[in-house]
Design a protein around this ligand. Structure first.
Ligand code: TRP
Length: 368
């Protein structure tokens, strides 16, 4: 049977937050422990982070260890999963360079991430719209295809925002295999099955959690900080008196409950309700105050994050060990990526020194 291989990763631009957790991290740990996959690679995508942080390599450098600590804290187990640092695998760059030949600029500009970036900030006085984007950033969907295919990944567990990247990877694989012969594996994305986990909003109700907006709850956050953030969460602005009927749509507290709460939480912290549906029903009917719901959410999140934070503190005592995990993981990843690169170069017929027939035919050609 064909092997089942996972590759996924994160940019090390800051500590990981609960959006990363419900969107992908938690799932990775479940998949890791399910034993259903032959191999799992988790990549710290520092080279990709540099594509739009060229002037700030120190930020990336400082956050590699933070992301690694967050991984280990969540339960990524180096005995079962390989954690690697992207920039330490030169084969990824080489693969990317060859894939560039089978992707058009038109196709890149149709990639929604690149497209919106061109719109948003890609303006340069001298060159016109879209021309102010660094070439490395512009081509990072191709580099991401290299990441995924280097390990012959079948499955990419990630958030919805990664859909266009995996789609583009599939096209590159298809094109490569058609032009040069079968050498690469077509991957599929594995999205979270819970709607709320797909795009967890920031605590201010804004669509995306982001460090610059200051609206994230980090996995490493201390309990009082978490509580402060939960209690300040955006709810229904028209729900003024407790007796007012409340709205659930766009109500961040309920979105978080959708993502985090389970029936046993009600038994423990809010036994007057059997489950989330009953709580929602009371809220929409009126008579249930925000503070009570927020306190419940706080208990739920605290319970989920406490073991993660405690494990993180344990690993923080042995940073040398964490670096050792990263180094060993990167070395293993390099060996695997080299196997794929050898296959790719053979398929592209640029493996001259390994091709005895080529050399023999050239000898024959010039033999008088
Ligand atoms: N683009 C991902 C992010 O922004 C990081 C990433 C790089 C990635 N290479 C990948 C994710 C390959 C999945 C597969 O977080």
């Amino acid at each position: 049977m064909a092997k089942k291989i996972i590759l996924t990763g994160d940019r090390p631009t800051g500590r990981l937050h609960v959006g990363h957790y419900v969107g992908s991290l938690k799932r990775r740990v479940e998949l890791q422990n399910s034993g259903e996959y032959d191999k799992i690679y988790i990549m710290i995508a520092d080279a990709q982070a540099l594509t739009d942080n060229a002037d700030n390599p120190d930020k990336i450098r400082e956050n590699i260890i933070e992301v690694a600590l967050d991984y280990l804290a969540c339960g990524i187990d180096p005995a079962k999963s390989t954690i690697l640092i992207q920039s330490q695998i030169p084969q990824l760059t080489e693969l990317c360079f060859y894939y560039m030949n089978i992707v058009t600029t038109a196709r890149l500009e149709r990639n929604p991430t690149i497209k919106s970036e061109i719109k948003m900030r890609g303006y340069s006085e001298n060159d016109g719209e879209g021309k102010g984007i660094p070439v490395g950033f512009y081509t990072y969907p191709i580099s991401q295809a290299a990441d995924i295919t280097a390990f012959q990944a079948t499955t990419v567990p990630a958030g919805e925002d990664q859909k266009p990247m995996v789609e583009q990877t599939r096209e590159i694989v298809h094109k490569f295999n058609t032009v040069y012969g079968e050498a690469l594996t077509e991957p599929s994305i594995l999205l979270p099955d819970n709607e709320a986990c797909l795009r967890l909003p920031g605590i201010d109700g804004k669509a995306k959690m982001s460090k610059s907006l200051g609206n994230c709850i980090y996995l490493s956050e201390e309990p009082d900080e978490i509580q402060k953030k939960v209690m300040s969460m955006f709810t229904d602005p028209d729900h003024i008196k407790i007796t007012d009927p409340g709205k659930l749509e766009g109500n961040t507290v309920f979105t978080y409950l959708d993502a985090f709460s389970r029936p046993e939480h009600f038994e423990r912290y809010l036994p007057e309700y059997a489950n989330l549906d009953e709580l929602k029903e009371h809220y929409t009917r009126g008579g249930l105050g925000d503070v009570k719901v927020k306190r419940f959410l706080n208990s739920v999140i605290q319970e989920e994050l406490e073991p993660i934070r405690n494990r993180r503190h344990e690993y923080e005592k042995d940073i040398a060990y964490v670096y050792d995990v990263l180094k060993k993981g990167s070395e293993e990843a390099e060996r695997v990526a080299q196997e794929t690169l050898d296959k790719v170069k053979a398929a592209m017929r640029i493996n001259y020194f390994d091709d005895k027939d080529l050399i023999a035919s050239h000898i024959a050609k010039y033999q008088k």
